[in-house]
Design a protein around this ligand. Structure first.
Ligand SMILES: C[S@@+](CC[C@H](N)C(=O)[O-])C[C@H]1O[C@@H](n2cnc3c(N)ncnc32)[C@H](O)[C@@H]1O
Length: 198
């Protein structure tokens, strides 16, 4: 679901940009790369993570988002960066061949997608064997996502069940390389790195 204006302000502010890059730096430490790497980011939002990857890694990054306005924001000032491209794409129906990418990055996206399980299945499909999923999510209590659904100012918050994520990824034969669940007052922050089987 596309974000409302208020959430866009949050996602596009300097603090969110910095936080995304710091998370990418931290989680990419768990990823072993020995060659040119093809990266995909889904729901890239402000584009800062993709810019960071394009700058510091050898390979190409395709940054996608369902919202073309976010793609326009993210693309700003990147015209001369040859290994970075932006594209509108729905994470539930990715316009890429099977086994195209070495790394898929998804930060704070699935909790915006009704039927997020389809997006997870698409991630599995487009990852190469031994590819990595670099993942972060905000987990809201079910009560909050239910209240959000009936609110006039809905953020489109889906309730994500980490056990379901883990069990789907297990079924897809992904190995967990790293995971951390941190509780805050309102929600929980989950971060993880998974690797697809050979
Ligand atoms: C909370 S923002 C996170 C943005 C960025 N990843 C970050 O961490 O700052 C969620 C993003 O997911 C995008 N999004 C929502 N539904 C999507 C879908 N079905 N496919 C792709 N992107 C989607 C939104 O447009 C938005 O940019």
């Amino acid at each position: 679901m596309k974000m409302l204006g208020f959430e866009k302000l949050l996602v596009n502010n300097p603090w969110s940009k910095k936080r995304g890059v710091e998370l990418a730096k931290k989680l990419m430490e768990f990823v072993e790369l020995d060659k040119r790497t093809d990266f995909l980011e889904i729901g890239g939002g402000n584009g800062e993570v993709a810019k960071y990857i394009a700058r510091y890694y050898i390979g190409d990054i395709t940054a996608t988002d369902i919202d073309e306005k976010q793609i326009t924001v993210a693309r700003k000032g990147t015209g001369s960066v040859s290994n970075l491209s932006f594209q509108v794409a729905d994470a539930k129906d990715l316009p890429f061949d099977d086994e195209t990418f070495d790394v898929v990055i998804s930060f704070g996206v699935l909790h915006h997608i009704e039927g997020w399980q389809e997006a997870l299945s698409e991630i599995k499909r487009v990852l190469k064997p031994k590819g990595y999923l670099v993942y972060a999510e905000v987990i809201y209590p079910e009560g909050i996502s239910e209240m959000d659904k009936v609110s006039r100012f809905s953020f489109g918050l889906e309730s994500i069940d980490i056990d379901e994520i883990k069990s789907l990824l297990k079924k897809y034969e992904f190995t967990e390389i790293h995971s951390l669940l941190e509780k805050t007052l309102v929600c929980q922050n989950y971060e993880a790195v998974y690797r697809k089987a050979d």
